[in-house]
Write a protein that binds this ligand. Sequence first.
Ligand code: SF4
Length: 328
Amino acid sequence: MIAFGPVPSRRLGQSMGVNNIPPKICTYSCAYCQLGRTIKVQVKRQAFYEPTDILQEVGEKIAAARDRGEPIDYLTFVPDGEPTLDARLGREIRLLKPLGIPIAVITNASLIWQPEVREDLMEADWVSLKVDAVQEPVWRRIDHPHRSLQLAAILEGALAFAHSFGGRLVTETMLVAGINDGEAHLSEVADLLSRLQPAVAYLAVPTRPPAEKELRPPDAASLNRAYQLVSSKTPRVEYLIGYEGDAFASTGDPRVDLLSITAVHPMREDAVDTFLARAGEDRSTLHDLLGQGQLVETAYQGHKFYLRELRQGTRSRDPASAARQTRA
Ligand code: SF4
């Protein structure tokens, strides 16, 4: 199936997926990949599907969704592999554009050092670049890249793309305990993100069974530290932990709103107090959520912070749909 959805995505609203790569061909075999080990690790771009077949299948899916009254906010290239391996990606985007729906591409950025890949991505309206590591050994440990790839060239390519791309650029950094969540490494990641200037720097954690079963997400203290380090250099940082709530719309229920907000970013103690006071609630609300294990408390630089408990945040109404949206 080349087209799937639309499925709910916190980043993209109602997103119809475009699966332009056969399973699972990728330039990486990430330790955390929820699609399992990469079947074919390759870096040579090639043609996979006929662009006209993609157009036809996407067109049929759009028509079916519209018949059901379902809106579509984005057409998103989020395949069972790396979308830029498709040598006809740019042509496919150009073919889909007249459908009148913005186009998104979620890429691991491993081929962005090639000018023709950057040109293809320029055709999109929204691009997400993966930035898991900026140190070679960390990158090799977490992303298991094809042996011919060079991290320095990838980071340079990402910067060149960021400086010339006219659409909305975001980044995604998958944090894994003990691999890339150390303070020194994350400080360098934050430096790079400050140069890329993404509209939003997303911090993700593995929420579904990873390729390497023993991997764990960072604990609350590491997650909070990562947030503080990156947000000190990048204006907008958000967690991406598989939770599809909307932190920016009030439901009128302070408990639900507090959980939605803390799923996206940690809240400092004074901000929680202000929030509760405005909602006419007292600290018992906070204590209840802590007691129920829905919130966790952690400290950083002399302040207390509150985060959504990860296991609560990973619940999804449709796990398969969420998996498609959060991968790559
Ligand atoms: S997470 Fe994405 S980039 Fe990494 S192996 Fe899986 S499909 Fe490839």
